[in-house]
Design a protein around this ligand. Structure first.
Ligand code: 13P
Ligand code: SF4
Length: 354
């Protein structure tokens, strides 16, 4: 939808007044009306690195979700302030693993006598508490663009991986990229005693997958893939690894949001693509590449925005920028020192992956 010209002008003015003091990051799933004001756009891995590379900016305005703003705070210096334009922009997947549940899981692994062999690998899409747990227990963070490298590293450190919170990214990476079988993976359900697993099942597993998922990518099904292949002969199906295993197995290409963009940039004119990821990004790519004769459609028939990403809209961005320009620090995201120290350890292990 076209953005309100009055709000566009106010955002532009406030940003101009702030100058180099502010740096605006925009995740690929953000609305067009917000993305137009981003100094840099990217997937969660690129944005984490970009935030850390801007020491001169006093304010980092993170147009994305809460866990991304926390990661930016962890990776930036203490006097830089990370701001999330709407504090209600969370992530349902990140909320599926709480610190208490993960501590309980570690007790279960200890009881089964395997905790010493287990290396935690946590997806970026997790709270700072989970990242701190990961750092404390010798593990690393990963994103959808480096999950294989993170798992390669983890299996050099230990015999088993506890992968949290996204079961699909964990399973897809293990089976597609690491040559493991579905039987090497078990699913730990935090709502059941002992995760719903016996000690023998835990001992036999190589990958212990946390039972979390993304509600947006979880909507794509094998039917969506079959339907689109029928509707558009010759279509290339390209999906994000947060999709279910059966969807990923039926797709032609799989990758993070940055991978998806690069694949479409490299695609020949006349090619047809069905994309299984968030709708703001797919629509933007469809518009961008239509003049080059690339046909890009959304993988599913029903719309599927990430509702929490969408909470960051132009009115929230205007309010944030105007407040900062007037010297009012609003919506700061600040991780406490102890959590930050351990979470940083895990994030730095990720940034150091080969
Ligand atoms: P990436 O940005 O790593 O592709 O992750 C997608 C996502 O779901 C972010 O919330
Ligand atoms: Fe979380 Fe999924 Fe939204 Fe990403 S797309 S922020 S994983 S709910």
């Amino acid at each position: 939808s076209p953005s309100d010209p009055d709000l566009v002008e106010r955002a532009r003015k406030a940003k101009e007044k702030l100058g180099d003091k502010v740096f605006v990051l925009g995740h690929h799933y953000q609305r067009d009306e917000v993305i137009q004001f981003a100094d840099v756009t990217g997937d969660s891995f690129k944005l984490a690195r970009d935030a850390a590379a801007r020491p001169e900016a006093e304010y980092i305005v993170f147009c994305g979700v809460h866990f991304m703003a926390e990661s930016a705070d962890i990776l930036t210096s203490d006097d830089q302030k990370v701001v999330l334009p709407d504090l209600a922009a969370g992530c349902s997947m990140a909320d599926m693993a709480t610190a208490e549940q993960v501590a309980e899981c570690w007790d279960v692994l200890t009881e089964a006598g395997i905790a010493e062999q287990v290396v935690p690998v946590s997806y970026m899409n997790s709270s700072a508490d989970i990242k701190a747990f990961t750092g404390k227990h010798g593990g690393t963070i990963c994103t959808s663009s480096n999950a294989k490298r993170a798992l390669d590293w983890a299996f050099e450190q230990g015999e088993k991986v506890l992968f949290l919170p996204d079961q699909h990214l964990g399973r897809n990476t293990a089976v597609r990229d690491m040559g493991m079988s579905l039987d090497d993976c078990v699913l730990y359900n935090p709502h059941k005693p002992n995760g719903g697993l016996t000690a023998d099942e835990l001992r036999a597993a190589k990958m212990i997958l946390w039972r979390g998922h993304c509600s947006v990518h979880g909507r794509f099904s094998l039917d969506s893939v079959n339907d689109v292949r029928e509707r558009i002969p010759g279509v290339n199906v390209l999906v994000h690894p947060e999709c279910k295993h059966e969807v990923v197995a039926a797709a032609d290409y799989v990758g993070s949001t940055e991978y998806i963009i690069k694949a479409l940039e490299a695609a020949p004119a006349g090619s047809k693509w069905a994309i299984g990821t968030e709708l703001n990004l797919v629509r933007r790519l469809a518009n961008r590449f239509a003049p080059e004769g690339k046909e890009i459609v959304f993988l599913d028939k029903t719309v599927c925005f990430c509702s929490t990403m969408n909470r960051i809209d132009l009115p929230h961005l205007v309010w944030t920028l105007e407040s900062l320009a007037e010297g009012n620090l609003v919506n700061r995201i600040e991780v406490d020192k102890e959590t930050e120290a351990f979470a940083k350890l895990a994030l730095e292990r990720m940034l150091a992956l080969p």
